[in-house]
Design a protein. Structure first.
Length: 456
């Protein structure tokens, strides 16, 4: 019975989240109430299939939220409304696999990975090439690109000593991942920050892109210097090829054009229907992906890949359902109690020192990720805590630090998805990955903080 539920839970998620999205336009209070009530069994079902870490996080948020709820004497009729806050994020996650699928259907990932199999003389040259490939793919297919890049590098570098290979792969892939998602509209931290601060995504874009590019270039420079002394010879010489860079560049240009069109549609839909950024992206992803597939004449391939990918991914978002619904209940309860003011005190005490506020945000992300708290959960609390500061500190600056601070944890969070995945793929200690990438995370966070400070 449990196995049947796990294989078909995507139906439950789809019905509830599609109904919620439709009701954004209908604005029917009765439907909102029904969805809020259905969110409770939805959370209970998801807890069964969630990983241990997310069960613990979810239980803490629900438990603490329930205590605050009882202490404040809030009415039970508020619970359904409290459960709705993060529904747009879950709807966003539900459709995101279709964007990943169109990239695979168009074989963009195959063309780009050829760059990682090209014949180069040393690991230094391969570093920047592999990092760039991972960076481009992560922008569109998110964590799927991480596994793809690691799989290719593991195969090509299997004749290296394990310590060197582990260091090399965990540096390239995790850093490129964290840098690529800093400005990607498909990254949930970016979407959440845009809506939380009320600052347009287009205002964020040039600064996030600049920060990402600066750190990426410096990482390439350091990686080239560090690894250029090691000769590169693929374990399978049959894989060595001379890449047709003209064809690869053409594919990259196609991806960039597609991204520009996608962003234009998101802005247009948001303005026409007066929607927040997350809902705008959610509504655009499906028609855009289907239209792109038709334009490329990859319709059948897209439907086949998309359906299978979507079903698997949708059946495995229990962790995020648990996190977002429990966090929704906790933050809504916190807002209705005076306890939020206690958490805000350190930030409000630093209101005359904006740089200290920005550093406090970075430090909070760092400490929370080291004890296993997901950056989305940390963001949920921080977004409420710093809201009163928007009149004193430029919301754009706060938003940049909220995004960069969250993404630095992707390289060092020993309990996080990205580090855990890398640990499993490469069979190395997650704490070793954390220590190796800590200097990069601190540097990345510092660049983001300095840029945010200059924009005050």
């Amino acid at each position: 019975m449990g196995n049947f539920i796990n294989q078909h839970i995507y139906i439950v998620y789809t019905l509830i989240l599609v109904t919620y999205t439709i009701n954004v336009f209908l604005e029917n209070p009765l439907i909102d109430l029904t969805i809020g009530l259905l969110a409770i069994p939805m959370l209970a079902l998801s807890l069964v299939g969630a990983s241990k870490l997310f069960k613990i996080l979810g239980s803490i948020f629900i438990g603490v939220g329930a205590i605050l709820y009882y202490m404040e004497g809030l009415s039970l009729t508020n619970i359904p409304t409290f459960m709705l806050v993060n529904m747009p994020l879950l709807a966003f996650l539900l459709v995101l696999p279709w964007m990943n699928s169109i990239v695979r259907a168009g074989r963009f990932d195959r063309r780009l990975k050829e760059m990682m199999e090209d014949n180069v003389s040393n690991l230094g040259k391969l570093y920047s090439r592999s990092s760039f490939t991972t960076y481009i793919l992560c922008t569109f297919i998110n964590i799927s690109a991480l596994s793809l890049a690691q799989e290719i590098l593991m195969g090509n570098l299997s004749n290296l000593k394990k310590k060197l290979r582990d260091s090399y792969i965990s540096r390239i892939t995790l850093r490129a991942f964290a840098l690529a998602l800093a400005w990607s509209p498909m990254e949930i931290m970016v979407a959440m920050t845009v809506d939380a601060t009320g600052v347009s995504y287009l205002r964020y874009l040039p600064w996030l892109l600049l920060c990402s590019t600066i750190v990426l270039m410096l990482d390439w420079f350091r990686g080239n210097r560090r690894f250029k002394e090691f000769p590169y010879q693929p374990s399978d010489m049959k894989q060595v090829r001379n890449v047709n860079f003209g064809r690869v560049i053409l594919q990259i240009l196609k991806l960039l054009v597609a991204l520009i069109v996608f962003l234009s549609l998101v802005v247009f839909v948001g303005n026409v229907f007066t929607l927040n950024f997350i809902l705008s992206v959610t509504l655009v992803i499906l028609p855009f992906s289907f239209g792109w597939a038709l334009l490329m004449r990859r319709w059948r391939s897209f439907i086949h890949i998309g359906w299978q990918t979507w079903k698997v991914r949708s059946n495995n978002i229990q962790n995020f359902v648990v996190l977002f619904l429990s966090l929704s209940f906790f933050t809504s309860t916190l807002n209705a109690t005076p306890f939020l003011q206690l958490i805000q005190r350190p930030f409000l005490a630093a209101e005359h020192s904006p740089i200290l506020i920005l550093l406090l945000i970075q430090l909070t992300y760092l400490l929370m990720c080291l004890v296993g708290v997901h950056p989305v959960a940390t963001f949920g609390i921080l977004a409420e805590v710093v809201q009163p500061l928007y009149g004193l500190v430029n919301p754009l600056s706060i938003g940049i630090v909220l995004i960069i601070g969250a993404l630095t944890t992707a390289t060092i969070g020993a309990y996080g998805v990205t580090v855990t995945l890398t640990s499993m793929n490469t069979k190395q200690n997650p704490y070793g990955i954390t220590l190796r990438n800590m200097p990069f995370a601190l540097f990345y966070g510092t660049v983001g903080t300095l840029m945010a400070y200059l924009l005050l």
